[in-house]
Design a protein around this ligand. Structure first.
Ligand code: ZN
Ligand code: MN
Length: 135
């Protein structure tokens, strides 16, 4: 199925917007940001394009059990830390623990292609907003 010029432009704009931020936005945030220049774009189009970009390996989806999916144009192996109060998600520059993949392979018999570790806690802004870090 050939893409129309408009579809290509819309997907490009979505990827550009995602690449312009380090905030790991939700689909709703991306839709909001695109509406100014692409008022014809529907929310469904944004969701569809995000899954296409994920299939193409151009974005990674950060799934958390409870909160909404978030999206990251940085597809390298890196960890994230999420604030359980405000939902903010930041990169966590810990070295990737690739030796875990080998250990998991030996234990499971799977060929391991990746793993996920999700860190969570209270972010610095929420900590200072709550006065002391004690309570
Ligand atoms: Zn927070
Ligand atoms: Mn990231």
């Amino acid at each position: 199925m050939a893409l129309t010029h408009r579809q290509t432009k819309q997907r490009r704009a979505l990827l550009d917007l995602l690449r312009s931020t380090k905030s790991h936005p939700t689909a709703a945030w991306l839709y909001d940001g695109l509406r100014k220049n692409h008022p014809e774009m529907s929310q469904g189009t944004v969701y569809r394009n995000l899954s296409v970009l994920a299939e193409q390996g151009l974005v990674q989806v950060l799934r958390s059990g409870s909160a909404q999916d978030r999206f990251d144009a940085d597809t390298s192996l890196h960890y994230h830390v999420a604030c359980t109060r405000c939902g903010r998600v930041d990169d966590l520059p810990l070295p990737p623990e690739t030796e875990r993949n080998k250990a998991a392979e030996a234990l499971s018999g799977y060929r391991i292609t990746g793993h996920r570790i999700d860190y969570y806690g209270i972010c610095p802004e929420c900590l200072s907003a709550s006065g002391s870090s004690g309570s």
